[in-house]
Design a protein around this ligand. Structure first.
Ligand code: CMC
Length: 430
């Protein structure tokens, strides 16, 4: 808390509200007693000025273009760490020692299989269902299979549920993919690391040997690290809100997946690639940039802009590098989509409209091209995001449950509907 108070005047009355300092980042004004003292609510659609919770997990400086996981810059974590180490860091707050890492890797590895009955669950879906629809359903159904880790008041059960979800998400995602393309499910392999195992479950088939390419599995791992957490974004806030009612962790993560699916959030990587494909060639870029700037045209440059970053998204830089590495490894020398992306980025970064509105490429701009080169269809892009973000959702959910100040999330509203009126029976209505 700081020595300062914020003062609010309404009419001739003045109210003091405490101001809190974080370790970094903007101060926050505590308005929790505002309604009790003044009878007024605050109004902040889209929560653009609202800190919904106290958190120690992830910090973003949108003006500087900085992203820290538990204090560590994202570029250092992505360069030197691996995804399971990142999971440990986000969940427990510190980087693991060698013994802690070996133990955590082992626990996750030995939870990757799912209840065999769940495999049959998939066949209830149409084959042409979007894999995200399947993810929402199957992840929600985990609570019907793992009853022994749904008691949120038990720290041991919370940890078991966390490990189970980190471990089983790649298996469920790979099964959603295999079901979608009509191939048999591939079981996890304990001799492979997290990302290599995921590629194996997605791309191997029983009739041929599949060797995981280490460059591609490292790229997959880096993509998972880059997407692991991102502060109080829409899906994380959804998970926290769902969890605030005491809902079990599997149900909360299913709610997060549903929110992530939207094109303004996790669905943007799919939308960004579709847009690059639609533009098709460098000569058509000016036409699309013009449309993006036209107030009467709903078209937006997908993969551009961010609610928090008003600078280059630090994840986008690493993703761009990873994209080049993957394209080189799979032997794509001249990818027209990459040409369009790089030229679009160059033009947009020099354009007054994008400069003035501080619209920079975000992580989704290059992730679509990378995932396509890895062999994934566009329908799987958001699914991969959900696999990576699961740890962030769980870490944030766990932090909330363990916060003694935690209350059910229950926002209020500015009501502008009809005032009280009397019911008219249908026979008398004109
Ligand atoms: N193309 C053209 N104009 C844009 C774009 C864009 N991609 N993004 C924002 N603008 C304009 C917008 O029209 C508005 O103009 P004005 O001030 O004249 O009304 C101004 O910039 C501010 O935009 P906003 O929609 O009020 O900003 P926001 O913070 O509500 O939206 C956003 C952020 C990410 C939803 C938005 O930038 C967007 O729709 N981008 C495209 C979708 C996308 O790439 N999303 C992925 C986000 S990163 C992944 C993740 O974290 O989930």
């Amino acid at each position: 808390m700081s020595d300062e108070n914020a003062k609010l005047s309404i009419g001739d009355k003045s109210f003091d509200m405490p101001v809190y300092n974080g370790t970094i980042g903007p101060d926050v004004i505590d308005i929790s007693k505002l309604y009790g003292q003044t009878g007024a609510f605050t109004y902040d659609p889209g929560f653009t000025s609202t800190a919904s919770c106290e958190s120690k997990i992830t910090y973003i400086d949108g003006d500087e273009g900085t992203l820290l996981y538990r204090g560590y810059p994202i570029d250092q974590v992505a360069e030197h760490g691996d995804f399971l180490e990142t999971c440990y860091l986000l969940l427990y707050g510190e980087l693991p020692t060698q013994t802690q890492k070996a133990d955590f890797d082992h626990r996750v590895t030995y939870h990757t299989m799912i209840h065999e009955q769940m495999a049959r669950f998939f066949t209830g879906f149409r084959r042409d269902a979007h894999p995200m629809a399947v993810m929402v359903g199957v992840v929600g159904a985990l609570s019907a299979f793992y009853h022994d880790s749904t008691d949120i008041s038990d720290p041991y059960q919370r940890m078991v549920a966390s490990v189970r979800m980190i471990a089983k998400m790649p298996t469920i995602a790979a099964m959603a993919y295999k079901y979608h393309i009509g191939q048999p499910f591939v079981y996890p392999r304990n001799d492979l690391d997290y990302s290599a195992n995921f590629l194996h479950m997605c791309f191997s088939v029983p009739c041929a040997e599949y060797k995981v390419n280490p460059v591609l599995s490292r790229a997959m791992d880096r993509i998972f690290i880059l997407h692991a957490d991102h502060e109080q974004n829409a899906s994380t806030s959804t998970v926290r809100l769902a969890g605030s009612s005491g809902a079990n962790p599997f149900a909360c993560i299913a709610a997060g997946i549903a929110c992530l699916w939207g094109p303004a959030h996790g669905g943007a990587n799919e939308a960004a690639l579709s847009m690059l494909q639609e533009i098709g060639s460098v000569d058509r870029i000016p036409e699309y940039v013009k449309r993006a700037k036209d107030k009467d045209d709903p078209f937006r440059l997908m993969g551009f802009g961010h609610r928090v970053y008003k600078n280059y998204d630090p994840r986008a830089k690493i993703m761009q590098k990873t994209c080049h590495e993957v394209l080189a490894e799979v032997g794509i020398k001249d990818d027209p989509l990459l040409d369009v992306a790089m030229e679009l980025e160059r033009i947009a970064l020099e354009d007054e409209y994008f400069i003035e509105k501080k619209l920079y490429p975000n992580i989704d701009f290059y992730s679509g091209i990378t995932l396509k080169a890895l062999g994934f269809p566009t329908t799987m892009f958001t699914v991969l995001f959900s696999v990576a973000r699961t740890v962030g959702w769980i870490a944030q959910w766990k932090e909330m449950i363990e916060d003694p100040k935690q209350k059910i999330g229950r926002p209020r509203q500015l009501y502008t509907g009809a005032t009280q009126r009397d019911y008219v029976p249908v026979s008398l209505r004109k």
